[in-house]
Design a binder for this molecule. Sequence first.
Ligand code: IPT
Length: 996
Amino acid sequence: MMRRLPLLTVLLATAMPASAAAPRASGTPHAVTFDRHSVMIDGRPTVLWGGEFHPFRLPSPDLWRDILQKMKASGYNTVAIYFDWGYHSPKRGVYDFTGVRDMDRVLRMAAEEGLYVITRAGPYVNAELTRGGFPGWLVNQSAKARTDDPEYLAAADEWLTRINAIIARHQLTDGRGTVILHQIENELAVVQPTQARYMQHLYDKARADGITVPIFHNDQGRNGYWVPKGANVPKTVEGPVDLYAFDGYPGATCDVHNRPTNGPPAPDWGLYGTGGARGGASASPNTPGFAAEFGGGWFDYWGSNGGYDCNAVQRGKRYQRVFYGTNIANGITVQSFYMTYGGTSWGWLPAPVVYTSYDYGAAIDEARGLRPKALELKQLGQFLAAAPDIARMDRAPPATASDPDIQVYHNVNAATGARLLFVTHKPSNGRSDDRFTITAALKDGPTTFPAGAPMRLNGFDGKLLLADFRLERQELVYSTSELQTHLPLGDTDLALFYGRAGEPGETVLRYATQPTVTGPVEQVYDAAKGRLRLNYTHAGIARVQITGGGRPPLTLLLADEDSAARFFRTESAAGPVLSHGPDLVRSATATGGTLALTGDVAVAAPLEIWGPPAVRTLRWNGRALPVTRGPGDSLVTAALPGPAVIALPPLTDWRQAPESPEAQLGFDDSRWADAKGARQTATIRPPVGQPNLGMDAYGFHEGDVWYRGRFAGGTDARKLTLHYGAGGAGMLQVWLDGTFVGQHELAGGLPRPITTGVADFVLPVRAQAAGEHLLSVMVRNNSHNWDLDTDDFHKETRGLISASLAAPTSHSFAVPIAWKIQGTQGGEDIVDPVRGVANNGGLFGEREGWHLPGFADGGWAKTPAPAGTPSTAATPGTTWYRTAFDLGIPTDQDATIGIAIGNTAKPRSDGTYRVLIFVNGWNMGQFVANVGPQRIFPVPAGILNHRGRNTLALAVTGDGKAGSALEPVKLVTIRNVRGGIPVAAVPFPSWRARAR
Ligand code: IPT
């Protein structure tokens, strides 16, 4: 039963921008336009507050909803999604949008969960993906990528025709979805005429394919590249876009030892900027400030010391307030944080610059848990939703602080009169502890506040304050506390303000006559000005009731920062609901007097809610809960139970089998391709006269590739030199006539990894004996480079580039070698279309299906545990281990279980080996013992069967030296809550079912 709203509320509601309303696929078309301030939906200025999420980095489609719900609950109204061309296309003309690749599904879910979507379809995306998202087969084009060369355009159009059609089905503009903006290309920083024509082609193609929302490009920094035509701003490059957007990752980072560095202050990339296109003021004055990517963490690299937790802190709490707050003050009304959920670069997705985990230090960690910074983001996002006036602000007369170490940005919305006062240190990376007052020309005239105890800014911090602001049916003169949210509760209004624990706060409201105030605050009523001043200290949650004074009653919740961060706001059909207690509130459904909430509990706590007055009974995750009246107008339950501890089985009953039979003389390679004459498109080429050995030319793009080379023995057959390309922390292994000769690894991770190398081996003397000899070489290709600089870097050769066998002093290629090559089973005609192109390389075991559930490993040797003891000493080459285990995670719990290898406290081992980890046939990542840093590999529910049988297969490749055996392997619980959402098993075709 809904109460009738007073007329004033109805009027305010219709004037409310859409950012306050949840977007849905309503069937009703919406106009998406923009002006210099903001994007507008049906004419209503709207701040888009977004975060990046890559469905391809979470190969369990039901969990996409989990991420989207967590984003929504964390205050976002927008999700930005890259689409990875290569993920969908194993072969020219072959595309797959099913299962884990069902992009219709993620766009549908985003609409169902009430998030706008920014689609970023490439063709090039970067994103720390192998080839920056280009498909494997594209490296075989001689046309330069990201130009208007017809060969490249024809390939790009294959992809665009398909992905544009999917996106076009989910646009806000026709009411069938919530796609609101669309990006073409990504960071195209070469701006020659061929790129201009290419951009025009992409724009025209998107329009021809039915994309009707505004189109933009993401500039690599504020270069002014690809700004809308007609603004004539010096030093900019105009192009076929409707909006100009840029990315930026300013601020503090972490050094190689994970020590925080004190970075520069937050840049003024909008209203307060100076210096033209590259400096401050907009490169595109007629379109909104738009940061298509702004640092929400940073990626981590092979050989690091494990930088994600440090990045989460450096680009986390307080950084967000200072940097994102500075953006807000600069009128950047479209902001999207990269990443919000990074996830996992499973299989062969990662670019050489990253390892398996793409956690990114993002607000939602790889195991799908909310980091503390997510709770702060929620406060910022809810603030923007609560203050839609911010979508349309300009600089107001300067406000000053009484302390020179403090700066105050002062903006005003000319239509509503609302003011934003953003307070930071001067410069904003200052860390001093300051107490001060602010003087600003408010509606009432020049005002110095607070009147009570001075404001405080202690350390690296920023505060977004409001003044002259309409808050439901109340009028805020100013507050030194930050607004988190406000909502109507029938006849009463509620507002939640917060501040740093222990700091003073002052809130002034306008009342025609003196109201009655109850609660732990000091009050002063100024009858002349009609203003009520409240003074208090932020500690816990103070509840204040204000009645009378000529307005509807107001409940003020005045909380300290951390207490406020635990409130969730959800929208039910009967009105908004504010909840406190659970660790996540996903949804609220009102039916009559019952309010049904869903969410997660990590630690048992009572639930307290403020919601529509008709609500009398509560349900939590489907169960009815007895409620009592809380203090004021809330309802309170007994403690909601936390999760039960999950008992994980030890991994026992292993079976083990050696592989690398390709090294043996008797191995049959008669069906392998001759590596002698393929077309050459790679950027690194062999010396003249040498064959093209690069794996891609033979249709093998991912993971391992094998070569067998035959030569005639002789005195020159002494020194073998192999030039090869293998991506980040890649390697090769060499055998002569079945005997292991050695291996070579691409040294070091470093932020920019070494991706090619030259390996020298002195061959055993038997190579000099007359007759035919066999070289067997396995190259572990840890992926292709990105094409960040538009220089075809993604075409750098993988596999062998050239081979020379000669006397040590000779520079001739004395001994000819006839090579054969074999990689992924089927090459581009992948044999496992369910798991897809990223799942498999060309290990013998992969070609034979040893990684798959149901593979008959009964004939393999039993081994108690694949631990690195002398009795299980390693052999050079690859050895497989298989086991199965059962899980029985309670149905009402959500957990993330990981596979852990060795001593998880250390980033690196002494042994030289690496492991491909297959869970139910899905390649969940690579452990490289001597490089690191990742030792725990989260496996998403759905890939992992939480309630039943699982198969684990490990392909261990090492140098065979003592100490290079596999270290102990175990299951670990990374995260565990009571709650979650239903997750269906991701299909895991077994060995029997496999097409062979
Ligand atoms: C920029 C890219 O647009 C994005 O795809 C991703 O690579 C990201 O940043 C870094 O994680 S790259 C730019 C900062 C050079």
